[in-house]
Design a protein around this ligand. Structure first.
Ligand code: 5GP
Length: 112
């Protein structure tokens, strides 16, 4: 069980900001910006590289939930960044697909 599955199961507490039938979003435990929220599908998709064409609607909804949370967090005017780390070189640590929503400060580019 990944750490995110344990959060989904209620075994580990998280500061939840959104929940619906298919998606959970909660604050990252080690925030890299004033706002750092993770948006995950409840159904296990390990990473984008293992998503199926049939996951298209769920993948799209993850982005729309990120959009809505960004607005609630007051980031829609100042901007924000959505990140998905995929695999070793992408910096993925938790093998349960998640979108990072980062905002509240000016983010540098390119990433390290
Ligand atoms: P990744 O590197 O896989 O893209 O991102 C994993 C993220 O999960 C990291 O930003 C890390 O801080 C976060 N994380 C790891 N363990 C926990 C936890 O127990 N609770 C929460 N809320 N976030 C976690």
């Amino acid at each position: 069980m990944t750490i995110f599955q344990r959060i989904l199961a209620g075994e580990i507490p998280a500061k939840i900001v959104h929940e619906d039938n298919d998606i959970l979003a909660f604050h990252d435990i080690a925030p890299q910006a004033p706002v750092h929220i993770l948006i995950i599908p409840k159904r296990l998709i390990p990473r984008v590289g293992e998503a199926h064409d049939s996951d298209a609607e769920l993948l799209g909804r993850l982005l729309l939930v990120a959009r809505d949370i960004a607005k609630v967090q007051g980031l829609d005017q100042t901007g924000y960044r959505l990140i998905i780390n995929n695999g070793r070189d992408g910096g993925e640590e938790v093998p349960h697909l998640h979108i990072h929503l980062l905002g509240g400060r000016r983010l540098s580019w390119p990433p390290g």
